[in-house]
Structures are given as C-alpha cells and as structure tokens.
Design a protein around this ligand. Structure first.
Ligand code: PSU
Ligand code: MN
Length: 306
C-alpha cells in the first residue's frame, strides 16, 4: 500500500519488502543537537554502525514536504549544514510542513511516526524527550512520551538528560503503559551518566530477549512502543555531579532568557555543550553510536523471529 506523503529510499524499501532488519534514526539530533560538521560525521558513523550489525539504516526527515525514511549522504549533509534553521518537527508540525512543501528535522516523536508508517519497528537515538522540570506549572511534556504511548516502535536511547525531571518522566511512561527496559542495567541512565538514581522496570541482558519482549507486546495487540535504555559506555561517562552543575546553569539561563516551548530543548543542549567545552559532544557521539549498535542487533533479532 502506498502511504500518502511518505517516500522511502530504494535501499530501505528493498529491505522492508524482503523483511530484512531496518533501524530508524532521527534528524533533530543532526540539525539541533550537535554542531556542524560533527553532526554530519556522527550521522554517517551511526549509519555505518547500523550496517555493521546487518541492519539497514533509515535516517528520517521531512524534505520538500515529504516524510522521508532513508536519506542519502547529500540529504544528511543538507540537514547538517542548514542546522538550526531547519524547523524542528514534532508530530504537531507535520501537517504544516507537508502542506507547505518545507523541510523539517524530525524529533523522536515524528521519527517514530515515520518509522511506523514505513513498517520500521526499531529506532536509535541519543536521548528521549520527557517531562521538563517545573512541568507542574509549565505543562512542558515532550510529545515523545505520547508517541511512545501510541506508536509501536521501540526506541533505543541512553535514557534522558537530567535537564528533565526523570522521576516524572518515568511516572508518565508508566501511566501510559510504556515498558522501560534496562539493557544490561537495573538503573535508568541519565545520558552522560550510567545511573540517574532511578531504576528501570525490567533488566534484559541480550538483544534477543529485548526482541522477544517486543514481539510479545505487539502480538498481544498492546498499543505503543518501548524504551530500551542503554547506558553510555563506561569509558565515555562524564562526572554526574559536574554535569548536574552544568545542567543547573543551563536551566538558569533558559529561565532568565524566558526560553520556552520547542526552543527549550535545543537551547539547553547547545548551552551544555558550550559549558563543557565540547566534552559533552564527545560523550554524545559515543552514546549514539553505542545505541545504533544495540538497535541494529535488536532489529536483526526481531526480524529472525518474525
Ligand atoms: N534530548 C537530547 N538530545 C536531543 C533531543 C532531546 O538529549 O537531540 C531532541 C530529540 O529530537 C527529542 C527532542 O525528540 O529533542 C525533544 O524535544 P521536546 O522536548 O521539545 O519535545
Ligand atoms: Mn516541550
């Protein structure tokens, strides 16, 4: 069936037709999460890492009003070079960008949606969006969480940054029935750090076990996705206390400048990077690559069992 506004690149289309494993990747991390040229280098390295597991990478974006699953190198470079001038596109932004024939960098939420329309079940990113600190008054809760509640795609991430209220984020996921799986860990990771002080629902130790859980969930007809929380590799971990201070500083500046809404997350990401002198960028690259590898392994395991 042809889905309106969706365009698969030939490699992704062929893999899906043959029921071979495919891993979706997002583009907000390229346009808004990292500076050029490291963003493009990372996006290409992540694709290569997915390929090494035997899966096909499908970086997603909106280009000229089309939902794209699978970008070529020139398209990745376009998103990377245009950077923050490409609109950050979450679910609510899609009708506008598509009807206007514009470009957009897809978040976790909109990448999940594109993946699902294309028939891709596994997605790798850095960190998911969540419930922001102070959400009790701002109501700033990322659309990523609602997407996880309703769209059947598993997202492999290094947890979430403590720019968010991680406790409330986990509560929200519980309310909406989204399993949070710790990959070889009992702790919910905090992006730069392997531990956040919060636990996960379940620990699984292999990609095959994760694939089995997903198969059961979807075979039962349960709605929505899952969070696979994969801690940053030990060697790249940053000091938790030092990062907490940096994050507090970034949050304070956002408050002073009254940065809100969809601009808040990109502002905090850029601020943290500036405050750590690029150390956070190095950690970010390492954890995304690590997630791409695990996502590839899960996609391979899932396609082997159906
Ligand atoms: N958190 C990160 N890195 C990111 C993002 C979040 O550590 O790049 C991006 C992702 O694309 C995520 C989006 O889906 O920000 C969430 O934005 P918001 O909080 O506005 O929903
Ligand atoms: Mn928000």
């Amino acid at each position: 069936m042809k889905i309106q506004h969706l365009a698969l690149n030939p490699e992704v289309r062929a893999a899906l037709e043959d029921r071979r494993p495919v891993v979706a990747l997002e583009s907000t991390i390229i346009a808004h999460g990292m500076p050029f040229p490291q963003n493009v280098e990372t996006a290409l390295l992540v694709e290569k890492t997915v390929r090494q597991t035997g899966a096909v990478p499908a970086t997603c974006a909106i280009l000229n009003g089309k939902l794209k699953a699978g970008l070529n190198t020139a398209e990745i470079e376009l998103i990377g070079k245009t950077g923050t001038t490409v609109p950050k596109a979450s679910r609510r932004d899609l009708p506008y960008l598509i009807s206007q024939g514009k470009n957009g960098a897809t978040t976790v939420a909109s990448t999940m949606l594109i993946a699902h329309l294309a028939g891709i079940r596994i997605f790798a990113t850095g960190g998911i969006g969540g419930v922001h600190r102070g959400a009790a008054t701002t109501m700033d809760i990322s659309a990523d969480l609602q997407e996880l509640a309703q769209t059947p795609v598993a997202v492999v991430s290094a947890g979430a940054k403590s720019i968010l209220d991680l406790g409330l984020t986990l509560e929200y996921l519980e309310t909406f029935g989204v399993p949070v799986i710790g990959y070889q860990t009992n702790d919910f990771p905090a992006f730069y750090a392997r531990k956040s002080g919060f636990g996960v629902d379940y620990r699984l130790n292999s990609a095959v076990e994760v694939a089995n859980l997903l198969k059961v969930k979807w075979a039962m007809g349960l709605r929505g996705g899952a969070v696979v929380a994969n801690p940053i590799p030990e060697a790249h971990q940053l000091d938790f206390e030092a990062m907490q201070r940096v994050i507090e500083q970034a949050l304070l500046e956002a408050e002073q400048r009254q940065t809100r809404g969809k601009a808040l997350t990109p502002f905090l990401l850029a601020k943290i990077e500036a405050l750590t002198g690029g150390k956070s960028l190095e950690a970010n690259v390492a954890l995304v690559v690590n997630n791409a590898k695990l996502a590839g392994e899960i996609a391979v395991a899932l396609s082997a069992i159906g």
